[in-house]
Design a protein around this ligand. Structure first.
Ligand SMILES: Nc1ncnc2c1ncn2[C@@H]1O[C@H](COP(=O)(O)OP(=O)(O)OP(=O)(O)O)[C@@H](O)[C@H]1O
Ligand SMILES: [Mg+2]
Length: 284
């Protein structure tokens, strides 16, 4: 749905609309797959389209904490503390890290303890309540997860509407794709399965035959599983590293960088795929 166009970033549609309440987990069963980078950069781009976005860091490596600038995360004020019943969501959320973009950070020890206790009734109920409350307050909640199968990842998948999978089109990672898609299905067993909103190709550079073959394999697998494959791809770009060092999404670091443009287009594509009401430029 096209609302209005003001450069690449459009204003929040008014009047007030109730939160969309979409929970989307970014998942991949391997480390270093680009989950954290994707989560924050996509969150920033969606926020730029007027969506009220919350990023939840569910990874013990606390990757999102690299993106919260000068804010301090303590074990009493993180997602782990919320799950352990030691803090409220409001205690822990860092508001307006960027316009329209809030972050629920993780502290390594605290999230570790919560992860170990996730099957306890109290913690599991708090997890459920946390996602329920987030759904009522934000349009889009993007959940960053660990690069291995853990009970926290499964708990997030079971309570998500959607899942996004980053995928580097290279021979090794591509062979993992069926495993990832099966894992997503299995994690949600006996719950309503989250829908895979799409696979996003990342770290694209050059135009080797190997890459083309890997891209074709991704297409074959996503077709087989009936999963959307994003048309827009994210290039390999050293700007991610530079932006990361100063704690910024690449769009805030250098809006004209091709990777920043790519993430904006991924956000527009997601909005169009899901038919959400947020503003995207006309004529895409
Ligand atoms: N498109 C890209 N171009 C260049 N570098 C990238 C790109 N995407 C991600 N990276 C880099 O790849 C590295 C791994 O990315 P990231 O931390 O997002 O992966 P991850 O899946 O979250 O890893 P982990 O499972 O360990 O949490 C980071 O140094 C990041 O800056
Ligand atoms: Mg990460």
């Amino acid at each position: 749905m096209h609302i209005s166009t003001v450069g690449d970033i459009a204003p929040n549609p008014s009047p007030y609309t109730p939160p969309l309440g979409e929970i989307i987990t970014v998942a991949h069963t391997k480390g270093g797959a680009g989950k954290t980078t994707l989560t924050f950069n996509l969150a920033y781009s969606l926020a730029g389209c007027g969506a009220r976005v919350l990023v939840v860091d569910l990874d013990q490596q606390t990757g999102q904490s690299a993106f919260i600038g000068d804010h301090e995360v303590g074990s009493q004020r993180d997602v782990g503390a919320v799950l352990l019943g030691q803090a409220s969501l409001d205690d822990a959320v860092i508001v307006a890290v960027h316009p329209n973009l809030d972050v629920l950070p993780a502290d390594e020890l605290s999230i570790g303890a919560a992860g170990e206790q996730i099957d306890d009734l109290d913690v599991s109920e708090r997890f459920h309540d946390l996602f329920d409350e987030a759904r009522k307050r934000w349009d889009i909640v993007l959940v960053d997860t660990a690069g291995y199968q853990s009970r926290l990842v499964s708990a997030a998948l079971r309570r998500s509407n959607g899942v996004i999978v980053p995928m580097v089109p290279e021979a090794g990672p591509v062979t993992e794709l069926p495993t990832i898609l099966n894992t997503i299905r299995a994690a949600a067993e006996s719950y309503q399965q989250p829908e895979v909103y799409g696979v996003i190709k990342l770290r694209i550079w050059g135009s080797s035959v190997y890459r083309r073959v890997a891209e074709e394999q991704i297409k074959t697998i996503t077709d087989e599983y009936g999963v959307p494959l994003f048309r827009n791809k994210v290039p390999e770009d050293a700007r991610f590293g530079e932006a990361h060092l100063v704690g910024l999404p690449v769009g805030a670091y250098q809006a004209s960088a091709r990777s920043a443009v790519a993430y904006r287009h991924v956000a527009y594509e997601l909005i169009q795929l899901r038919d959400w009401h947020f503003a995207v430029p006309d004529g895409l």
